[in-house]
Design a binder for this molecule. Structure first.
Ligand code: ADP
Ligand code: ZN
Length: 516
């Protein structure tokens, strides 16, 4: 019988395993359970595909991505591996044919959706002789994960029913809590946890705060045009924004398209194909784009808005530079994003988790220290040295005594009865004579105009710092009014001081490029 390295060469054409792959495969072959954490594109699939070739019977792969199953199975077949899939998209006859082939021992890998596995477990058990269970995208089982799927929670019964078969849970995204939850819910037996480094050193990390919408698009167009041989993805929060960004790029002569769930599946897959074949330079997409796309030369990823959580962000930037060549990522972030995302996050049953995750995302975006350290830390990995490849490392932050600024803002907020949102507060600080301000009598306040020397956009960024520092909070359920926290009161009444971070001048590097 061939050994794993020989199978790797024979079926996949690769000469060597990536870090940990071989250990994981050995573990599975020994019959033990495992939890595998590897970043997207890290090579998780081989970890169950090779054992599937070695163990007698059929390896069952549970995956929620029905739309990708066919492609995955086709790819395996073209490598000479007997694979098949079962899901609700198939006719009864098709399903029978596959079960029949399993029964004849002709299938080494069977991909199934969780709901199919649950409904058809008896028949699958009768015909298949499962050799191992691989639960892909295992974070879907946890309501702590960012992609909770209730049908996953029913998989818990498998471990007991198939007591003598190795189980693997695989995921690209699981923080500590989610990890523990996966093990608990799948009832894995003293699993070995494999964590390959999530560090993607070739990705630069850049966050740009408070760029005005119009300037943002101009900046992006310049960025793209300076990289006319490089393809990239622009992630937007809404479908509408995808289309607008696409239009702006197309008008500037860039070969681009948009991609979101509101399009027909034919159009979507044509956009995907054209992007993969380098016929399109840029795709402006919602987060639906990129799942399972194997394009190694994506050179940059831009987030037009703040993502909902770090898991999603990391997965999305991870689509750049899979070939290991230096690639760029930029995240744009402003106050309006924060308000909108908070509104989304606070709706529904998962509000608490979603809000917490958004807060972590916000902290990352506003970080004062090496961004990669914060990212890796989120995935429980520690980086000893600063990375030297993020905007904070290349432009260390300076601080100043911001007590007076904080006092000005808080005093205005207090005098307005803590019932106004950021824009009104800023208008009052800047001494605006807008009708609403006069009507409310805010122009008579002592703090009216007290911060006139600071541009409105800078005030927004200072207010964000104050939110982050816990001086202020937003009453999301009351028109996003700014409220003063107890810590804020201490500063307002002179009991404490507060340091603020000197604002970075944005786009400085791009401006120099532009004039070249
Ligand atoms: P994941 O499921 O972790 O996102 P995949 O299993 O799809 O990643 O693997 C990503 C890419 O890396 C695939 O193109 C795969 O063929 C390739 N790959 C995996 N293992 C190796 C290896 N040992 N050597 C070279 N390429 C590999
Ligand atoms: Zn850094």
């Amino acid at each position: 019988m061939l050994k794993p390295p020989e199978l790797l060469k024979k079926y996949f054409g690769y000469d060597s395993f990536r870090p940990q792959q071989e250990e994981i495969i050995e573990k599975v072959l020994s019959g033990a359970d495992s939890l595998v954490l590897m970043p997207t594109g890290g090579g998780k699939s081989l970890c169950f595909q090779i054992p599937a070739l070695l163990l007698p019977g059929t390896a069952i792969v549970v995956s929620p991505l029905i739309s990708l199953m066919k492609d995955q199975v086709d790819a395996l077949r073209s490598n000479g591996i007997a694979a098949a899939f079962l899901n609700s998209s198939q006719t009864f006859e098709e399903q029978q044919m596959i079960l029949d082939a399993c029964h004849k021992g002709q299938i080494s890998l069977l991909y199934v959706s969780p709901e199919k596995l649950i409904s058809d477990i008896d028949i699958i058990n009768q015909v298949c002789k499962p050799s191992l269970f691989a639960i892909d995208e295992a974070h879907c089982i946890s309501s702590w994960g960012h992609d909770f799927r209730p049908e996953y929670t029913q998989l818990g019964f498998l471990r007991q029913r198939f007591a003598h078969i190795p189980f693997m849970a695989l995921t690209a995204t699981a923080d500590k809590v989610t990890r523990r939850d996966i093990i608990k819910q799948l009832k894995l037996k003293t699993p070995q946890v494999f964590i390959t480094s999530f560090d993607r050193k070739n990705l630069s990390l850049d966050v740009r705060i408070g760029v005005k919408p119009k300037e943002k698009m101009e900046e992006i167009i310049d960025f793209v045009k300076e990289r006319d041989q490089q393809s990239g993805i622009i992630y937007c929060l809404s479908r509408k924004k995808c289309e607008e960004a696409y239009e702006a790029l197309a008008n500037a002569g860039v070969s681009a398209m948009f991609y979101h769930a509101g399009m027909s599946s034919e159009t979507r897959s044509s956009v995907q194909d054209r992007f993969i074949n380098d016929e399109l330079q840029v795709v402006c997409a919602t987060v639906a784009f990129g799942m399972g796309i194997d394009k190694s030369n994506v050179r940059w990823v831009i987030h037009y808005n703040l993502p909902k959580n770090i898991e999603g962000y990391y997965q999305e930037i991870g689509r750049a530079g899979r070939d290991g060549i230096p690639s760029e990522t930029i995240l744009y972030y402003n106050y309006a994003d924060l308000i909108m995302l908070n509104k989304f996050a606070s709706e529904g049953a998962m509000a608490e988790v979603n809000l917490e995750k958004l807060k972590r995302m916000q902290h990352y975006a506003e970080a004062d220290s090496c961004r990669r350290k914060i990212l890796l830390n989120y995935f429980s990995e520690n980086l000893e040295e600063n990375c030297g490849n993020c905007d904070v490392c290349s432009n260390p932050r300076k601080h100043f005594d911001g007590t007076l600024m904080v006092q000005k803002a808080l005093s205005a907020i207090m005098r307005m009865g803590e019932k106004e949102g950021a824009n009104m507060v800023i208008d009052v600080l800047r001494g605006s004579k807008k009708q609403e301000i006069v009507a409310a009598g805010y122009d008579k306040l002592k703090t009216h105009g007290a911060g006139a020397e600071v541009p409105a956009i800078d005030w927004q960024r200072y207010l964000m710092q104050m939110l982050n520092l816990g001086v202020l909070e937003i009453a999301y359920d009351e028109n996003f009014a700014l409220r003063i926290t107890p810590l804020g009161k201490d500063i307002l009444f002179g009991k404490r001081k507060m340091e603020l971070t000197v604002l970075q001048t944005l786009q400085a590097t791009d401006k120099t490029v532009k004039t070249r």
